[in-house]
Design a protein around this ligand. Structure first.
Ligand SMILES: [Zn+2]
Length: 58
């Protein structure tokens, strides 16, 4: 499940409102998997960002 961590949004700079979203499409899946990145979305401003955090170890 998507989990909110203490990551900070780069757009609105609010902390703790990012949740994991699913990778979309094979391109994103391929690249993100290889780089070890995970897509996150800010609950407040919907800004998407890519982090190395999976969010399952807090
Ligand atoms: Zn935000």
């Amino acid at each position: 499940m998507a989990k909110i961590t203490n990551l900070r949004c780069r757009r609105c700079e609010v902390k703790g409102e990012l949740r994991r979203v699913n990778r979309k499409g094979w391109l994103e899946r391929e690249f993100l998997t290889r780089l070890g990145l995970y897509p996150w979305e800010c609950v407040l401003c919907r800004a998407k960002s890519y982090r190395f955090a999976r969010g399952d170890n807090s």
